[in-house]
Write a protein that binds this ligand. Sequence first.
Ligand SMILES: Cc1cc2nc3c(=O)[nH]c(=O)nc-3n(C[C@H](O)[C@H](O)[C@H](O)COP(=O)(O)OP(=O)(O)OC[C@H]3O[C@@H](n4cnc5c(N)ncnc54)[C@H](O)[C@@H]3O)c2cc1C
Length: 342
Amino acid sequence: MRLPPFAYDRPRDLYEALELLNSYGKDCKVLAGGTDLLVRMKQGLVAPTHLVSLKALSELAEIKETGDGLQIGAAVKLSDILAYQPVQDHWPGLFEAVKAIGAPSIQHFSGTIGGNLCQDNRCQFYDQSKFFRAARQTCNKAGGSTCFAWKGGSDKCHSACQSDSAPILIAMDAKVVIKSKNETRTMPLEELYSSVGERPLTLADNEMLTEILVPAPTPGAGTAFEKLAYRSSIDYAMVSAGAFVQTEGGRTTRVRLVIGAVARGPLSIATVEKTLKNRPAGDQQAINEVAIDAMNTAAAFIANNMTQPVEYRTKMVSVIAKRALTRAAERAISQKGFLEAK
Ligand SMILES: Cc1cc2nc3c(=O)[nH]c(=O)nc-3n(C[C@H](O)[C@H](O)[C@H](O)COP(=O)(O)OP(=O)(O)OC[C@H]3O[C@@H](n4cnc5c(N)ncnc54)[C@H](O)[C@@H]3O)c2cc1C
């Protein structure tokens, strides 16, 4: 498979990059590590006329601890996040999620955190060669009017958000900084996702993700990420879960659970706080209840967009959710940061 023709720009600073995005508009794509975008271009899924590379933007390639937490530039490589000692010491859930992304030899050394959060949704009927797709009617995501992943068809695209870093970052209340030529806005990461399969991000064509802001760890808090994949060394998740548990005096005071790879965007489980709040941290009966809730919530969204059966993935939501919540609670109680996750 060959890349289609395109013009390549390598701006020297963010200002220049935003100028270019503004002038090229919808015909342009940001190129970070290229591990997602270039594959899609080869498959003929996208054909931008211009690529604006982030490679020379040193201001987006920095990761640092600030008084407020962790500040990660959008073009920071996944391998740099894994190597950063404070992430290893204080943000074990984030470390686990980044470590779980694809094949280390490719995704970690080229892939960036911004590219991971901004990658397009996936579906077994869409992420295919032109040849494969030509044998069927055009689906909603490709501009047609059907969905092969939804039983009986649908007028909506039911592709899945496959970012491994999104569930845990959302569970930790991370924020993102979005910039265009004329505006800067900071918003909770979950607002980056539109839950619209055809266009899964809320970014405008002239906007770019520039930073991810992760709150500082608090005493008594724990995080964990779990992923179920066919081959753990390379495959996308069938189901994933990010969990954050805050405890005080051995009881849960705040908790978030976000399920990945099952819906059009990361799926926050709303009932988790009500069920677990004020219960002893790690209480398995309460965690079981939440895990079942998570499964029932996810069941409304899971489509036949991956090769594994819908029924299996649905059941596995409860298992993966339970594991993530249990480990986050254990870390919260023991205040063990990270070594076990390495
Ligand atoms: C074999 C294989 C296995 C993979 N496995 C996984 C996996 O298990 N889990 C997983 O999460 N991903 C996986 N990926 C997808 C991808 O490799 C990773 O998500 C990677 O982190 C993407 O980062 P990148 O810098 O290469 O993104 P790119 O390919 O450069 O960009 C991806 C998309 O994000 C946009 N983008 C990039 N940066 C920005 C920005 N700052 N602002 C706005 N838009 C931006 C691009 O325009 C593009 O549309 C896999 C890919 C392959 C080919």
